[in-house]
Design a protein around this ligand. Structure first.
Ligand SMILES: [Zn+2]
Length: 52
């Protein structure tokens, strides 16, 4: 299992014991970007896209 990093804050995103990311993925420019749950709560989706 690879370690995913948040594209906004660069922190490693934690996973559940099943390996599911605690956070979300956002599609931009045909790529999936991983975002941690903290940044997901803090920022709106458009704001996150502006950070990518
Ligand atoms: Zn983050």
């Amino acid at each position: 299992m690879s370690m995913a990093k948040c594209r906004v804050c660069s922190q490693t995103i934690e996973t559940t014991f099943l390996g599911k990311l605690i956070g979300t993925t956002i599609r931009k420019d045909k790529k999936q970007h991983t975002v941690c749950s903290k940044c997901q709560k803090k920022l709106h989706e458009q704001d996150i896209k502006d950070h990518l």
